[in-house]
Design a protein around this ligand. Structure first.
Ligand code: ADP
Length: 583
């Protein structure tokens, strides 16, 4: 409990600075909140005045004054209530907007090791359900929470000040109400968690059966599926009913406590009136104010869960914001030279706490050389390639370009000089032109066309009905795997890097596109240092040198001809390949 309160205090301390831009709204909102609470308390006090000073002594002026005051207070309450909803919600929504933006920007900056550790679904939930849990609080909950706390505290103070004897009668029931509320809060929280859990289960059941509807119908399993769903549905119903049961005992208990206390106040009040200790107005005042006592307790216990889950959400969001960027730019980083050798020097690597993946690899790739990496799956080829582009930092050793350790390079020059083309070309919603333009900030239309022309594929896209302005989303299904690769190669051509790290696609393409992709790759590689993870015999054959990666080390390194002559692993691999590929 101590740790939790400490954590919520840290969250609170960090939230405060984020509200600084909305200081005015916070101040105005607080003032309005207090004002509104005061108007709520003023009503019964005015009634008390009207009875004691107006009705009882038969003073018409005092009674009229009380009525006018009551109406005025009601009018003020109306205006203040409207204002507070608007101001407080605006501050809350602005806070959420800023928070979403911060999380998004942070997610964009976080490096590969983070994405290896975290599941995509969990990362997305930071932006959705965690922030949503705060939205619920921000929209109405926060307002209710604060007004109820204020109302409760102010009411107790006013009751005690007006008549401590009657206040004592009221407060007898309060401890029981508070105890019942705490129990309710616990039980309903538990019941609520079960409901949420089961909603998740029902949803995933639904999603699976919709995704698999073809299989279900093909095997005539509709009834079985429905029966399976009925079971889940029943379980969800049970969970809901349990939470209803919790409410069913709690709400009437509070109601009963309110009625009981009112009866006690009227009884005790009547006696005190006959003793001349209190006035009739005071008793009426107490009866009217009692609702300000029990309702807040009841609402607070219901709101408590909202506040708790919002707090939990906020903490998780802060965790993302606190996540260190592992592959970050050093202070005093320098730009990489335009050209240079890429040197892998005694590099060892492991993913997170995982087993070692590379063992002290040494490799020098002179400027302009084309190196093909081959080897069995899981040997570490991609890992080596990723280290050469500093998607990860080595655990031991260093990777240098033109003598500069990649860890000392500025992020901008690093991404300018060394570009990775992933296996699957990823396209974003937008036109083909937009997708190529991603390769370089501020590239003109002419630059984009030139990049496409350089790799010899401009005609392929320009001949589409909408040309380069073709939307890839709309054509997503019609843009073939090969075409996607062409776009991704054009992106790299536009970036015009000194070093290219290519992961060749394993999937086979249709023969027409295959030739086009091969040609594009050849042109793209011209005049650059290239590290290509080769899945095709021809790619390895055409490289200047071939490196065989096996079990996290460089087993062989040499020209294609030398390696074939040596009759080692590459020769064996080559033999298998040649047999498999009809030439
Ligand atoms: P290759 O490219 O030769 O198939 P990789 O470099 O992809 O081999 O993988 C080498 C080893 O590292 C494999 O055992 C693989 O399971 C592991 N590995 C690859 N990527 C990750 C990752 N992101 N997180 C954890 N382990 C990984």
């Amino acid at each position: 409990a101590c740790a939790r309160s400490l954590r919520s205090r840290t969250s609170l301390r960090r939230t405060a600075p984020m509200l600084r831009p909305y200081r005015r709204g916070v101040v105005v909102g607080t003032v309005l909140l207090v004002l509104w609470t005061l108007t709520t308390l003023a009503g019964p006090l005015i009634v008390r005045f009207g009875i004691d000073q107006g009705i009882t002594p038969g003073n018409a002026a005092a009674l009229n004054g009380a009525v006018v005051a009551y109406v005025l207070v009601a009018a003020v309450a109306y205006v203040v209530y409207r204002g507070q909803i608007r101001v407080v919600s605006q501050v809350g929504e602005s806070f959420l907007r800023d928070l979403r933006l911060r999380v998004f920007a942070k997610l964009q900056r976080l490096s590969m090791p983070f994405y290896d550790r975290e599941k995509a679904g969990v990362v997305v939930s930071r932006m959705t359900s965690d922030i949503d849990s705060m939205a619920e609080l921000v929209q109405m909950g926060f307002l209710q929470f604060v007004t109820n706390v204020l109302l409760l505290v102010f009411s107790i103070v006013v009751l005690v000040v007006v008549s401590w004897q009657l206040a004592l009668v009221c407060l007898v029931a309060l401890p029981f109400v508070v105890l019942a509320s705490i129990k309710f809060q616990r039980d309903s929280n538990e019941a609520y968690l079960v409901v949420r859990d089961r909603i998740g289960g029902t949803l995933s059941n639904l999603q699976e059966s919709i995704a698999g509807v073809r299989v279900i119908q093909a095997f005539g399993r509709e009834t079985t599926e429905t029966r399976r769903f009925a079971e889940r549905n029943r379980v969800l119903y049970d969970a809901h009913m349990r939470s209803v049961k919790v409410q069913a005992w709690y709400l009437p208990v509070i109601e009963l406590a309110g009625i009981g206390t009112t009866a006690a106040v009227v009884g005790a009040g009547g006696w005190l009136v006959s003793q001349g200790t209190v006035t009739i107005g005071t008793v009426t005042f107490f009866v009217l104010t009692l609702s300000n006592l029990f309702e807040p307790v009841q609402q607070l216990s219901q709101l408590f869960n909202t506040v708790q889950s919002a707090g939990a959400g906020l903490q998780k969001v802060f965790q993302v914001l606190d996540e260190p960027v592992e592959v970050a730019e050093r202070p005093g980083a320098v730009d990489l030279p335009e050209r240079g050798d890429l040197v892998v020097d005694g590099v060892s690597f492991a993913y997170g706490d995982g087993p070692p993946v590379l063992h002290s690899v040494d490799l020098t790739i002179p400027a302009g050389e084309r190196l093909a990496l081959v080897g069995p799956t899981g040997a570490g080829k991609s890992t080596l390639a990723k280290l050469c582009a500093r998607l990860y930092d080595p655990v031991e050793g260093q990777v240098t370009f033109g003598g500069v350790d990649l860890r000392d390079a500025t992020a901008r020059s690093l991404r300018q000089h060394i570009v990775v083309v992933p296996q699957e070309g990823f396209l974003f919603a937008g036109t083909i032109r937009d997708n190529v333009r991603l390769g370089s900030d501020g590239a003109t239309d002419a630059d984009v066309e030139e990049a496409l022309a350089t790799i010899g594929v401009l005609d392929r896209f320009a001949s589409l009905p909408d040309g380069l302005d073709t939307e890839v989303r709309e054509r997503g299904s019609r843009l073939s795997a090969g075409e996607k690769q062409l776009v991704s190669l054009a992106r790299a051509a536009l970036a015009d890097p000194a070093v290219l790290v290519l992961d060749e696609a394993t999937s086979s393409l249709d023969p027409g596109t295959e030739a086009l992709v091969e040609g594009a790759m050849d042109r793209l590689m011209g005049g650059r240092t290239v590290i290509v993870i080769a899945h095709r015999l021809t790619t390895a054959e055409r490289a200047d040198r071939v490196g065989v990666v096996d079990a996290g080390g460089l087993a062989e390194l040499g020209t294609h001809d030398d390696l074939v002559e040596d009759e080692g692993r590459y020769a064996a691999l080559f033999a298998t390949w040649s047999r498999g590929v009809p030439t």
